[in-house]
Write a protein that binds this ligand. Structure first.
Ligand SMILES: NC(=O)c1ccc[n+]([C@@H]2O[C@H](COP(=O)([O-])OP(=O)(O)OC[C@H]3O[C@@H](n4cnc5c(N)ncnc54)[C@H](OP(=O)(O)O)[C@@H]3O)[C@@H](O)[C@H]2O)c1
Length: 310
């Protein structure tokens, strides 16, 4: 089992989930420190083996080299989970081009590099599963996240294309798992040109809950797997009442997903990893308390500005 993006968040929780079943694991991400920590955790949880393989998923040759080594060591890749992902916040014209492109390079081209490096062998043996971690944002649009939203629509499209291209191999399966908000370090790691902090929009799930859906997709592949109780409602609003959706999504998303703390512009971990912040959880919990606190603070400051009512 190969987990890409295994040093943090959903990928790290997925590695833990696969380890508990006694699988042989190969773990990819850019930072070797957190990846080695993940490998140690997996061995403690019962993995048959856990090999950290630091690599940048945007580097096709590096990804190919890891997969070749996996085949040399283990004979084949049974499943690969692509959970590597980065995000950039800010209006399209305010996000530097290299950061915008960097999000696409990791989320989309990284997924393509991973799929390209395993599919020929999987097809030759008519055996193997590819799980791409997409997002609810691959099915809807929200303001100030253009690179991420475009990348996730493209990941969903890539998954659909791979499903069609491999219909002639019944043993080769491709799943796209699309979560809503998840409490992981990705928000603190994000490139951010909004000027304020960000958080997962409620309802927020744990990385472990999404990992359970990913492990399930490895065992029983399904084309599309959603994780999030509100996803269906949000998608319906986006497709059935687009005019109303467009009016509401700006203020709603700003209230639920943006904090009030000032933040200097940062490229976050898009172009370089930030290993110190990597972990399974992001410390947001369900994020509801943060939303309530920010709404209350906004009301108090509006009242101060306007004075008491007559
Ligand atoms: N958290 C959410 O609310 C949420 C919701 C929906 C979908 N998702 C998706 O779930 C996936 C995992 O996200 P997460 O929330 O678990 O984020 P995370 O905690 O930040 O983990 C991201 C992982 O990707 C790795 N990574 C980033 N760039 C890479 C690169 N160029 N090459 C190799 N590895 C790279 C990171 O390690 P290094 O930085 O060390 O490389 C890390 O292991 C992403 O595709 C994300 O879009 C997340």
């Amino acid at each position: 089992m190969v987990v890409v993006g295994a040093s943090s968040g959903i990928g790290r929780a997925t590695a833990h989930g696969l380890a508990a079943r006694g699988d042989h694991l190969v773990l990819l991400a850019r930072s070797s420190g957190p990846l080695t920590d993940t490998a140690d955790e997996c061995l403690q949880l019962g993995a048959a083996s856990a090999q950290p393989c630091p690599a940048d998923v945007t580097d096709a040759a590096a990804v190919d080299a890891v997969m070749a080594q996996v085949r040399a060591d283990h004979g084949r890749v049974d499943a690969v989970v692509h959970s590597a992902g980065v995000v950039a916040y800010g209006r399209f014209d305010e996000v530097p081009a290299e950061v915008w492109d960097g999000v696409l390079r990791t989320n989309l081209l990284g997924a393509a590099n991973v799929a390209r490096s395993v599919l020929p062998d999987m097809r030759a043996h008519n055996h193997g599963t590819v799980v791409l971690v997409g997002s609810l944002l691959g099915e809807i649009a929200v303001p100030d996240m253009s690179a991420y939203v475009v990348s996730k629509w493209a990941v969903r499209a890539l998954g659909r294309e791979l499903q069609l291209d491999n219909r002639d191999r019944s043993g080769v399966q491709v799943s796209v798992v699309s979560p809503g908000g998840v409490d992981t370090p990705i928000y603190a790691q994000a490139a951010n040109y909004l000027g304020r902090d960000v958080r997962p929009p409620p309802p927020v799930y744990t990385a472990e809950a999404v990992a359970a859906a990913v492990v399930d997709a490895v065992d029983s592949p399904r084309k599309r797997v959603g994780v999030g109780i509100a996803n269906a409602v949000i998608k319906t609003g986006f497709t059935v009442t687009p005019g109303l959706y467009d009016v509401l999504v700006g203020p709603l998303f700003a209230t639920l997903a943006n904090g009030r703390s000032a933040l200097p512009a940062t490229a976050g971990n898009v172009l370089q990893p930030q290993p110190a912040a990597e972990s399974v959880a992001g410390g947001h919990g369900y994020a509801l308390w943060a939303v309530v606190k920010d709404v209350a603070a906004a009301l108090v400051s509006a009242r101060r500005r306007n004075g008491p009512p007559d």
